[in-house]
Design a protein around this ligand. Sequence first.
Ligand code: SF4
Length: 350
Amino acid sequence: MRLWGTCIVRIPADRRTDDEKSDGRADEKAGDESARRRILDWGTTVGYHKCLMNHHEKGHHANRNVFGRQVEPLQRGIVIDFRSMRSLAVLNQSITECRKCPRLVDHREAIARMKRKQYRDWMYWGRPVPAFGDPSARLFIIGLAPAAHGGNRTGRIFTGDRSGDWLYEALHRYGFANQPHSIHKDDGLALKDCYIAAVVRCAPPDNKPTPDEFDCCRPYLIEELRLLKKVRVIVTLGKIAFDQYLKACRELGHDLPSPALRFGHGVIYRLSWGATLIGSYHPSQQNTFTGKLTTSMFHGVFERARAVLSDASEGGNVDEGADLHTPRRSRPPGQRINLGGGRSSRRGTS
Ligand code: SF4
């Protein structure tokens, strides 16, 4: 494995530095503004940069950014936290190589070998599915695990399955995604102000990871919470994700409120560390086919997420630079806030 290397990329002529103009080389440094632009804006002129990408992934330089996504006009010129981006890229690389849970490794690879008939021409991913999205996101969405023939096939979270159709349609509607569909890794999807992960990164048998497997995978979620410094709102899809997020926060050093927070669809909690937690039923077919989760209920979650983020930026009541997941023990315990009628439930969903 090689995470860093000097690679040939295409850089717009007007963005080349004096060094590049003289010999085509650029020594990029973390945190350097021009380096960010050179990485994000692929142009037409050949130059060099130090690359963060997984060099095993064929063709990653062709119109792709450092996360392997095709670069859309939407993404050009955006400024992101280069250090977080680098760390998240390294973390995602570690995740995709993880083999800590023997049962899940066997299962994900068996699914990739056997395949579903309609996808027999696909080369299944068959590995842990990393998180996906905008490293500067203020909205963090946490799901349960990749679907056997969704993320485990395509290699991108919530991609190629019905749950993803629901999720990305809602994200597009509320301005967090540039398109409403998510079919395969190279479909041009880009998230804005939003990052998506799962509490378990490998497709589990019957969608049911064991307690040990949750424990084994939770360090990745904890690391993401540390690295996503701008996160203000967390949407958890299902009770398991809700509970695992709170466990991760406790392991980060936060004091959880007592009595314990109750999961329900639409519940909103302002947590003692300043983050807002919104519970949602998971958009699994088990919930959407039975009418337990309707489109309007699901849209309501992202409408509230958008409203909280807008209030935070307009009201100036949140320090945009603060890292909320760094423990601050002086704050009052978590309180439920009233931003709309949510339903509360003790029953879990996927
Ligand atoms: S579930 Fe998580 S910890 Fe277990 S093998 Fe997959 S990535 Fe590794």
